[in-house]
Ligand binder design. Structure first.
Ligand code: BGC
Length: 460
């Protein structure tokens, strides 16, 4: 058990935004309510063997029906903002055609509830639940999906822009490309390896077209939520450094460079992409008001070692990839097996600042969190999750150091307010400040909830 750090947390600016994050598919449940259509993830969870505990998200945390209780939990925390995602198949059940007004009504009610409680709603428009009808026509491999996304973005903004102060177009296009289309760990379960690259380009295009659509509908303060990890080379030799550089290119620069600089980081790679790429890059790089960073841990990457198993979110990487992911030793691990490296957040943020300079808009940490399985004590009911508190304390200290080194960070969103459906892991990984009993759906705030409430309160 980590010993509490006796040094108090540093003070953050008085206007620093404290928040929590979720996504629709991971918490809402109610897959058929009010005209919602099926998503790529509904179909994927039904395929045998895809989800490690054999579960699906038909109920998840039942947030669709319990959102008032959940907003009350957020109000109890004192957060300034709540980052959630809008379910695309609730709004466009078939991916195109008429808007399903009843689907939008849910977000209307949620936004009103948040505003009543003084919590800023921060919607993400795409957090991985593509309408199944679009997925069946190729999903993000098709340019048409980006155009459909823009129409959907308009519809949501027309309904909510009057009350929403900050918007996010898409969440983690790198994971969708790599895990969804490249390696098949996530929906839609394709294993296209490098042929997955069009999915990256079309998500980036969707982001750019989404920014245009949001602005046209009067939305303010638009950003994106991108996953980033510092990439460490496993050794000093050329082969390890080249492999780490390629991994960094494919997971970090491939997504940040087009948005922030208007160019792909590698001409050979850009030449493999479909469509009028140069013209698309102008759309993709339209100025943003802020940039969101999701950080969990660094990656240690070296030359591939045929026959050596590599752990990557629990999947074995196909042997013919030109890099190998190595275990990071010498750090504590979360229950997911991810290393706890708080200073990786500082390293990452300082690195972004160095690479993008004045092109980098103000940053928000849109996700940071850890999986620990602590459960309520059978006698007292208390959930003593000291390791989660230590994780967030460490990351907030690292974040503060980055700010002292000149990085402009305006806010921090914990992933997540609730335990929830953790994609291919099902319900086996718990990231919440609030424990969810999946049999009764009872919510129990953990010790980390009280800790975060005190952090927010003491900063005021
Ligand atoms: C995703 C979340 C996910 C979290 C933990 C991020 O990649 O945006 O949906 O639950 O990481 O794995």
């Amino acid at each position: 058990m980590p010993a509490p750090d006796p040094v108090p947390l540093p003070r953050f600016p008085a206007d620093f935004l404290w928040g929590v994050s979720t996504s629709a598919f991971q918490i809402e449940g109610s897959p058929a309510a009010d005209g919602r259509g099926p998503s790529s993830w509904d179909a994927f969870t039904r395929e045998p063997g895809r989800i490690r505990d054999g579960s699906h998200a038909d109920t998840a945390t039942d947030h669709y029906r319990r959102y008032r209780e959940d907003v009350a939990l957020m109000a109890g925390l004192g957060v300034d903002a709540y980052r959630f995602s809008v379910s695309w198949p609730r709004v466009l059940p078939d991916g195109h055609g008429p808007i399903n007004a009843r689907g939008l009504d849910f977000y209307d009610r949620l936004v009103d509830e948040l505003c009543t409680r003084g919590i800023a709603p921060v919607p993400t428009l795409f957090h991985w639940d593509t309408p199944l009808a679009l997925e069946e026509r190729g999903g993000w491999l098709e340019r048409d999906t980006a155009e459909r996304f823009a129409a959907y973005a308009s519809a949501v903004a027309e309904r909510l822009a009057d009350r929403v102060p900050m918007w996010i177009t898409i969440n983690e296009p790198a994971e969708v490309t790599l895990l969804g289309y490249g390696l098949g760990e996530h929906a839609p379960g394709r294993q296209l390896v490098f042929d997955a690259l069009p999915a990256a380009h079309h998500q980036l295009l969707a982001h750019g077209l989404g920014v245009q659509a949001l602005r046209a509908a009067g939305a303010r303060r638009i950003g994106v939520a991108a996953s980033h990890s510092p990439v460490w080379a496993a050794g000093d030799g050329h082969a390890d450094r080249a492999a780490a550089d390629l991994y960094d290119l494919l997971t970090n620069r491939l997504f940040a460079d087009p948005i922030l600089t208007g160019a792909y980081p590698d001409e050979g790679l850009a030449a493999m992409l479909p469509g009028p790429v140069a013209e698309d890059l102008r759309t993709i790089s339209a100025p943003l008001d802020w940039y969101g960073v999701n950080y969990y841990n660094p990656m240690l990457v070296g030359a591939p070692e045929p026959g050596t198993p590599t752990a990557f979110g629990g999947i074995g990487i196909p042997a013919d990839l030109p890099f190998g992911i190595r275990q990071i030793d010498g750090y504590e691990q979360t229950d997911f097996g991810w290393p706890v490296v708080p200073d990786g957040l500082r390293e990452l943020l300082v690195g972004l600042r160095e690479r993008y300079g004045d092109r980098l808009p103000p940053l928000y940490i849109t996700e940071n969190g850890c999986s620990y399985g602590d459960a309520p004590d059978p006698v007292t009911g208390r959930v003593a999750d000291a390791r989660r508190i230590a994780y967030h304390e460490g990351h907030l200290r690292a974040l503060h150091r980055a700010m002292e080194q000149g990085v402009d960070v305006r806010g921090y969103f914990i992933w997540s307010i609730l335990d929830n459906f953790e994609w291919a892991e099902g319900y086996r990984q718990r990231f919440g400040l609030v424990h969810v009993d999946y049999a009764t759906l009872e919510r129990t705030p953990k010790d980390s909830y009280a800790w975060y409430r005190d952090v927010i309160e003491s900063g005021r």
